[in-house]
Design a protein around this ligand. Structure first.
Ligand code: HEC
Length: 159
């Protein structure tokens, strides 16, 4: 092997190296530009659990109350309404709740029905205050005051 051939080989090696280097540069340049133009989104709000499809109807944080009504949701602003809002507007509109009237047992039955058929979770310690609120504020409407009872025979219940 002559000295000339060695030189040529060295030059070829250098050329290959520099081509590789420029290609790498170009590739990274393209990658960086794409990342800048279309930044990846790490938004987790599209999780499928209903608990994460939180309602965008209104902000639960808004506390504006007018004439005893929580303005953003229209719920009666009584003790526990935040809990109902937080829990019961996750799968359907809070309108579904507001449009209904029931006794405590009636509300309990609806909750059990949703738990059995609609994937509603166990409400845990929230169930009691939720039922209290619903049965107090969304009870079957009275159609006026009933007449006083007369001639009642009182008796004691035995246990
Ligand atoms: C896991 C999802 C989910 C949650 C949370 C949920 N519901 Fe429901 N609920 C449903 C579905 C589904 C329906 C039936 C579909 C519809 O009517 O839009 C329904 C229907 C209802 C109805 C109508 C029942 C009828 O007879 O038509 C009422 C009232 C109701 N829900 C109240 C509540 C209350 C009160 C809460 C909070 C304790 C609540 N929901 C939380 C899923 C849910």
């Amino acid at each position: 092997m002559g000295e000339k051939e060695d030189r040529i080989n060295q030059l070829l090696k250098l050329a290959r190296l520099s081509i590789n280097f420029s290609l790498t540069l170009i590739a990274s340049g393209i990658l960086v530009s794409v990342l800048i133009l279309y930044p990846p989104s790490f938004d987790k709000t599209s999780s499928i659990h209903p608990a994460n499809v939180s309602s965008t109807e209104f902000s639960v944080d808004s506390t504006e109350i007018k004439n005893g009504i929580h303005v953003p949701s229209g719920l009666i602003a009584d003790k526990g309404f935040e809990l109902v809002l937080k829990t019961c507007a996750q799968c359907h509109s809070i309108e579904v709740v507001k449009q209904n009237r029931a006794t405590k047992q009636g509300w309990k039955d609806m909750i059990v029905w949703m738990q059995k058929t609609q994937g509603l979770w166990d409400l845990g310690i929230d169930e009691v205050p939720i039922l209290e609120y619903l049965s107090k504020n969304y009870s079957p409407k009275n159609t006026g005051r009933r007449k006083n009872l007369e001639n009642i025979e009182w008796y004691y219940l035995k246990d």
